[in-house]
Design a binder for this molecule. Structure first.
Ligand code: GTP
Ligand code: MG
Length: 422
């Protein structure tokens, strides 16, 4: 039985270090992991947040050196939508299931709150879907398509004047949910000296607003120097293009202007290569891991607490899942019983009320019946009296009629007045 006070062997105290006399084979474990991971393939999900027409799709095409065939968004949408497209990419024998989520209509609404709410809801619902899969009895996490966002590329408008309030509010809402990498879009539209000031302004605004952006990890010594250097380059100033120009006999992804050519992959022109290096080549796994161990963990904790689960009771003593479940079941049954009793009481009261109402109606009806009966008896009496009177009048009439008739035939003396009845 699962319980918080389950006896666990004290491994730590019995831990002994032993030397092997020969090769056993578990040294191949890392290779086994690599081979298994390669076999399963990898999943990576990018969220691009940025105003309409800021170069999101072009940058994605440039980063993955392909054409994702996206459509232009209109500026007239009533609310922000998030559109996800999943692609299967392959490089040597490594398969990558890449999902690019794009904000459509971001920043085009009058009420800016509507813009970031859609993004927050999207990120949360991906966490929720994963949590629901995890909580299933029959779960299939190894084949489950994990749609949680691993990185959010936040496209900042190259105004040179700092960020818009929508950018700050949105990033503040998202910094505990996702790894944010801020990037300056269309950096070819901003001059070199302005760019440095703009970057400094962005960083100070992020700091002022307490926004935690993703930092490339510096704990792994193989990449710590590069990552530390790249952390200093954030926010990356990028240029994207779908056009190629022949430079030194090589077709280069570039933007051609009347005054010159901006090469996307030229490090003295923009930070595109640095971003690609960091995002895809060096830190993709770190972002995947941080999403699971940091951001998802926060969401999971919050949701399980909302459901009433906890690791310790009110006295700070550890409690097991089962104990909490039983306690919740007990509380639920009690609540059910309480509701049932309440309903029964209510039913009895209602029945009594209805009974009293019916009795009142019955009494009223009886009164009316009695009244009508009385009325009927009186009417009948009057009618009987009238009838009797009429009968008497008829008898009198007939008598007089006979008298007249007799008078006419025998000239008898006419008797005036009523005959006295005996
Ligand atoms: N100057 C400059 N223009 C760019 C850059 N990247 C893209 N563009 C241009 O900006 C326009 C919009 O680019 P898209 O990539 O469609 O922008 P988007 O953010 O995906 O737009 P929606 O999906 O419609 O919101 C196109 O004309 C691109 O050629 C860039 O780095 N610099
Ligand atoms: Mg687009």
């Amino acid at each position: 039985m699962a319980s918080a006070d389950v006896d666990r062997p004290k491994f730590e105290n019995n831990l002994r270090t032993l030397n092997l006399s020969g090769n056993v084979g578990f040294g191949t474990l890392p290779d086994q992991i690599v081979s298994k991971a390669v076999q399963n393939g990898f999943v990576f999900n990018i969220l691009c947040i940025g105003e309409t027409g800021l170069g999101k799709s072009t940058l994605m095409d440039s980063l993955f050196n392909t054409n994702f065939e996206s459509n232009q968004a209109p500026h007239t949408l009533p609310n922000v939508k998030l559109k996800a497209h999943t692609y299967e990419l392959q490089e040597s024998n490594v398969r990558l299931k890449l999902t690019i989520v794009d904000t459509v209509g971001y920043g085009d609404q009058i009420n800016k709150g509507d813009s970031y709410n859609a993004v927050v809801d999207y990120i949360d619902s991906q966490f929720e879907a994963y949590l629901q899969e995890e909580l299933k009895i029959k779960r299939t996490l190894h084949t489950y398509h994990d749609t949680r966002i691993h990185v959010c590329l936040y496209f900042i408008c190259p105004t040179g004047h700092g960020m818009k309030s929508l950018d700050l509010v949105c990033m503040k809402q998202l910094d505990t949910k996702v790894n944010i990498i801020p990037i300056i879009a269309k950096a070819d539209t901003i001059s070199k000296s302005e760019l440095q000031k703009f970057k400094a302004k962005i960083l100070s605004e992020l700091k002022e607003n307490g926004i935690q952006i993703y930092q490339f990890p510096t704990d792994d010594e193989t990449v710590s120097t590069t990552n530390a250097a790249m952390n200093a380059v954030i926010p990356f100033a990028v240029v994207g293009s779908t056009e190629f120009v022949k430079i030194a006999n090589k077709m280069m992804r570039s933007r051609q202007y009347p005054w010159g050519i901006v090469q996307v992959e030229n490090e003295s022109h923009c930070d595109f290569v640095k971003l690609r290096e960091m995002l895809i080549r060096t830190n993709m796994e770190d972002m995947r891991e941080k999403t699971h161990t940091k951001h998802y963990e926060v969401y999971r904790k919050k949701r399980l607490e909302q459901m009433g689960f906890t690791d310790v009771d009110s006295d700070n003593q550890p409690v097991s899942f089962q104990q909490i479940f039983e306690a919740k079941r007990f509380a639920h049954m009690e609540q059910l019983q309480h509701d049932e009793d309440e309903m029964r009481e209510m039913f009895v009261v209602r029945v009594k009320e209805k009974e009293a109402e019916l009795k009142e109606i019955e009494r009223e009806l009886q009164d009316r019946y009695d009244k009508l009966k009385r009325q009927h008896t009186e009417d009948r009496k009057i009618l009987d009296d009238n009838r009797r009177k009429l009968e008497e009048d008829m008898v009198e009439f007939n008598r007089r009629k006979t008298q007249f008739a007799q008078m006419g035939s025998s000239h008898h003396t006419l008797t005036l007045g009523k005959s006295k009845r005996k």
